[in-house]
Ligand binder design. Structure first.
Ligand SMILES: C[S@@+](CC[C@H](N)C(=O)[O-])C[C@H]1O[C@@H](n2cnc3c(N)ncnc32)[C@H](O)[C@@H]1O
Length: 286
């Protein structure tokens, strides 16, 4: 790089480096390069296009170089930017929380379909992480009272911060190992996106997952240990007629349905995500 490098030159350079380091197609690498340059320079995309012949200052070039080096080292874009969009809302994310995934929007939609808009109801979000699911529900169902649980104090701190950023008051947070800290409280709906990847699964050593908290991703018993605990504990915390809905791996639909049917749940069903893969299962307490 040369001192007279313009934004256009830096963008082209960053695109090439990202494409090579992360094996990205060029259009995807260019989008990432643009996002990272805009973040480093604290400008928006329109500014970048309008100023592509500008020459950044040495401090700005250092800031750009720092972000590109972090990304070529594999760090997820969401952690570099400190935020990720989910269900049309912006969430602060740190390495203490899972980066919310588009697949999880299916779980939010299924829960919204079952939460009334015109009367109060109670919702439990198990393993809230950044608060993505709980906060999306809180925004779209202001009459619902939501309890968001996580075992990680650092994750709960991020979720609380996101609730404050969104100005939400219809939810509370609880540090708990699944249901352990809830006492006798019952809910109309329980939602969960628990850890469900089996130990030793090759995906844990690839892409963004390498940087995400292991306790948010991995579960014993071939990935099903936490799902089993959540299914087993749900009847004691649901009102009759209440729903349990949980996300799982693309190959865990059958096992999830089996667990639910064995425990006597009604309306047992598995729903597919945007890629057509089984992603959420659930049932209704009789
Ligand atoms: C897959 S992440 C889901 C985060 C968020 N709900 C989302 O969908 O983006 C699973 C979350 O469950 C939490 N967790 C794992 N084991 C737990 C347990 N025994 N009790 C409560 N939370 C737990 C993790 O800390 C993590 O935040």
């Amino acid at each position: 790089m040369n001192l007279a490098d313009t934004i256009a030159v830096l963008l082209a350079d960053a695109t090439g480096r990202l494409a090579e380091a992360l094996a990205l197609a060029r259009p995807e690498a260019r989008i990432e390069a643009r996002v990272l340059l805009a973040h480093a320079l604290k400008v928006d995309h329109a500014w970048l296009i309008a100023h592509d012949r500008d020459t950044p200052t040495p401090a700005q070039r250092d800031a750009i170089e720092n972000l590109i080096a972090r990304r070529t080292g594999g760090e997820p874009v969401a952690y570099i930017l400190g935020e990720r969009e989910f269900y049309g809302l912006s969430f602060a994310v740190t390495p203490a929380v899972l980066i919310p995934r588009p697949d999880t929007e299916l779980l939010v939609q299924l829960a919204l379909d079952r939460i009334p808009t015109d009367q109060t109801s109670s919702v439990l979000d198990l393993g809230t992480g950044s608060g993505a699911i709980a906060l999306a529900l809180a925004v779209h169902r202001p009459l619902a009272r939501i309890v968001a649980v996580d075992r990680s104090p650092a994750a709960l701190e991020v979720a609380r911060k996101n609730a404050t950023r969104l100005g939400l008051r219809n939810l509370s947070f609880l540090l708990s190992d699944w249901y352990a800290g809830l006492g006798v409280k019952n809910f109309d709906i329980i939602v969960a996106n628990p850890p469900y990847i089996a130990a030793g699964d090759a995906h844990l050593d690839q892409g963004d997952l390498r940087f995400e908290p292991r306790e948010a991703l991995q579960s014993d018993a071939g990935g099903l240990a936490d799902i089993r605990k959540i299914v087993a504990g749900a009847p004691a915390h649901l009102h009759p007629g209440g729903w349990l809905l949980f996300e799982h791996g693309y190959d865990q639909g059958e096992a999830s349905q089996h667990l639910l049917r064995q425990a006597g749940w009604s309306q047992v069903c598995t729903w597919v995500d945007l890629s057509g893969l089984p992603r959420v299962s659930g049932g209704q307490r009789l």
